[in-house]
Design a protein around this ligand. Sequence first.
Ligand code: C2E
Ligand code: CA
Ligand code: CA
Ligand code: CA
Length: 273
Amino acid sequence: HIPLFLLVFLLAFGIVYLASANRLNLAYHISSAIQQKRFLLYCQPIIDTHSGDCTGVEILLRWHDERQGWISPDVFIPLAEQHGLIQSLTRYLLIQLVQRLYLFPRTCDFTISINIAAEHFTQGQILDDLQTHWFHHLPAPTLVLELTERTALERIDNQLLTRLHQLGARLAIDDFGTGHSSLSYLQQLQPDVLKIDRSFCATIGTDAINARVLDSMISLGKDLGLKLVAEGVETQEQVDYLKQRNVECIQGYFFSMPMPLEDFPQWLSNYRR
Ligand code: C2E
Ligand code: CA
Ligand code: CA
Ligand code: CA
């Protein structure tokens, strides 16, 4: 005969224990997947609206797990962030990427964008990692660091920003208009590029409030002299609209889904404006 409070206590303890075991298990799963090179690098073309040329790519990770199949980055990136594994994952990406630079035009006119978690950035580790894994691979395309807003940036080191610029890297604010305090980022980070989140592009041709917000974001970007990249462009109507408003670059399924890096040269040679 067990007292009720003890039963409740044991039950709660059991649940917490199982939940944390599961989290640890997932974290373990991610780190062993890094070791086994189960994360694959994909890329999505970025198109210059004016010339119609492909002037860059964004690198996106994919995870194929033997048992669970494809796991979305929307699942494993937040997990990697929570478990302190995002920096190793990004280092892994850099190492894989430099081994495949031959797949891309090796001029500074061409940009390669990678996603960087705020944590990697604020802790200053990013500079060491880029110096070890990227900057000595010359000639290389121009590197763009896309800063995601999943977690807020706490402290930004101005010296780090200056140093990254001197080394030739560019800074982009990803998913602009969503997440944490986009507007205060403009002041703190002094980015080169704004990536307009796809939720705004999806409203083109509708009378949703966000369609107005999109127009305001475009003029804000223009006022600040930033390069604008619109994401998630799926239709000709969206292309025309963005082109009319001089949004410099567009990216989306309209041009291509993300593809394995190895497929890029073939895609590029077939690509017609
Ligand atoms: P993101 O950086 O905003 O990347 C763009 C996402 O939009 C990609 O999703 C891409 O496949 C998707 N997309 C592109 N064009 C279209 C379109 O026309 N329509 C629609 N509906 N979607 C489109 P994906 O690859 O699933 O990545 C999701 C997010 O995961 C990324 O969002 C990024 O925040 C994160 N992520 C992916 N790879 C990395 C990475 O290496 N490091 C970090 N820190 N985050 C990553
Ligand atoms: Ca991005
Ligand atoms: Ca984005
Ligand atoms: Ca996103």
